[in-house]
Design a protein around this ligand. Structure first.
Ligand SMILES: [Zn+2]
Length: 498
């Protein structure tokens, strides 16, 4: 006889009134166990009707399962068990057999069912969200540690003046600030090189004593955190008193572009420039127009070494990528509808998560701000020493910055999530037709959504697929453990040679 635990949960008073009460769930579980010859050892119940929501029983259950070497959970239906993204990932790691009684489904590692496939997609979506969030937070903190300096001399776009109290302050330079803004905007389009922008702005009247600003100078400006209203002093980032002239989103976009591609802008008209790396030397493939009509890609071999420098036609690459897109699930297939449903379900979880965490973070920020205000008063009143003030001030400021960063990370992860899930919903449907009529830029965009790390070697192209697409295309249960091995697949192994 198989042993199992049960899990019951109500999340609101309304649910309870609507007959989803704990006792009715317990009865359902017991009846099911009896019918299926399962020994129900313990039932964990959770009521979240109380204001202070936690998942005490859920966590206890996980401990109990481990201690007693169990692997089966009975539950009324999916949303009783999975409340947030983390639950999908956590439970996936436990390798369980989950009976969703009302849905008539058993999810387990060994089942080959359709339901398991959809469940796998949900787990991947959840895992992706969590990974992206932590990546965003790390990136955000890294970005903050970027450039910036103590505002002694105002950077271009600002001027030093004295205020009415005779204090030195920094204010936007009415004449030059618009040029700085334009610099960021032009650069963010990705359509101009710094050299081009330099000349463009110079012609528009942006100059230093009659001369154009150097490229180095412009690059420095583009990386300077000062423009978003911050500065760094002795390794600590402070909120500046000066007015930001670049909005943080634009600034981050520009930083991202620095990190991402060092692809040359004049290559933009070729679809795959800057996308594919040579498997021998790590250089990017460049495009070349031959006889005025054939586009070839080849490695420049600039890094030397054992590089073959052979050519591949753009049409061949098109073919190879279309072949890959063709492996996505067919929209006519019922599976497609199921995927859409899963996406909608995961979106609800996301909104819920966002709402709760934003609220929590906002509260913490307010608390820190109050503490900082009190600290300042204490300092003014001489109740604390300068050293103590400095220490606490830095500490709480950092903490506050971290929280603000976290909020930003949540909203940018949210955007990535929406883009990703929209894509999942629409991609399989339209990818082929869109790809066929796309211009170079769009083709590249489509491919970048599918995966990354495109490598050309020995006449073959390989790509590291996004976990969800990897799952869809390979269609077997690849357990996504976040390892490169699991994600990397030499998918286009069998393609024809030129
Ligand atoms: Zn090479």
């Amino acid at each position: 006889m198989k042993s199992a635990v049960g899990y019951c949960r109500v999340s609101s008073k309304k649910q309870e009134d609507e007959g989803f009460s704990i006792p009715s769930q317990i009865k359902l579980l017991n009846d099911y166990a009896k019918k299926n010859n399962i020994r129900l050892i313990k039932i964990f119940t959770e009521s979240e009707t109380a204001k202070k929501a936690g998942r005490k029983a859920f966590n206890e259950m996980l401990i109990f399962i481990k201690e007693n070497n169990l692997n089966t959970i009975l539950v009324e239906k999916t949303d009783r068990l999975y409340r947030n993204f983390k639950d999908y990932v956590t439970l996936d790691e436990y390798d369980l057999e989950i009976h969703l009684i009302k849905e008539g489904t058993v999810l387990s590692k060994n089942s080959k069912s359709h339901d398991k496939f959809i469940h796998g997609i949900k787990v991947l979506i959840a895992k992706n969200y969590i990974d992206n969030l932590s990546e965003e937070v790390k990136k955000g903190i890294r970005e903050k540690i970027l450039q910036g300096y103590y505002p002694s001399k105002a950077p271009v776009g600002y001027i030093n003046v004295k205020n009415s109290e005779g204090k030195n302050i920094i204010i936007p330079d009415k004449e030059k600030a618009p040029f700085v803004q334009r610099l960021f905007e032009l650069y963010a389009t990705g359509a101009y090189s710094v050299e081009e922008i330099k000349n463009k702005l110079y012609n528009e009247g942006f100059n230093h004593k009659g001369k154009p600003y150097s490229k180095t100078r412009l690059l420095f400006v583009l990386k300077d955190i000062f423009y978003v209203g911050k500065f760094t002093y002795r390794g600590v980032i402070h909120d500046g008193k000066h007015e930001p002239i670049i909005d943080i989103e634009l600034f981050n976009r520009v930083q991202k572009m620095f990190n991402q591609s060092k692809a040359r802008t004049h290559d933009v008209e070729f679809a795959y420039s800057g996308l594919i790396t040579c498997g021998y030397c790590g250089c990017q493939l460049t495009a070349e127009l031959k006889k005025g009509r054939y586009i070839y890609y080849h490695c420049t071999g600039k890094r030397g070494g054992e590089c073959k420098k052979d050519y591949i036609r753009e049409e061949k690459l098109d073919e190879v990528f279309l072949e890959l897109i063709d492996k996505l699930p067919n929209p006519e297939d019922g599976l497609f509808e199921e995927i859409k449903k899963a996406v909608i379900e995961m979106r609800k979880i996301k909104s819920n998560y966002e709402e709760i965490s934003m609220e929590g973070i906002q509260k913490q920020i307010t608390r820190l701000q109050n503490r900082l205000d009190n600290l300042y008063t204490d300092k003014l009143d001489g109740r604390i020493t300068q050293e103590f003030w400095q220490e606490k001030h830095n500490q709480w400021h950092d903490e506050k910055d971290r929280l603000i960063e976290k909020m930003k990370s949540i909203s940018s992860t949210s955007r990535t999530f929406d883009e990703g899930t929209n894509l999942l919903e629409n991609f399989c449907k339209f990818a082929r037709s869109e790809f066929l009529k796309a211009n170079g830029k769009k083709k590249r965009a489509i491919l970048k959504m599918l995966g990354s790390n495109f490598i050309y070697k020995d006449k073959k192209v390989s790509i590291e697929l996004t976990s969800v697409f990897n799952y869809l295309i390979n269609n077997d249960f690849v357990k996504y453990g976040g390892t490169d091995e699991a994600r990397t697949r030499d998918l286009l192994r069998d393609r024809q040679t030129l």
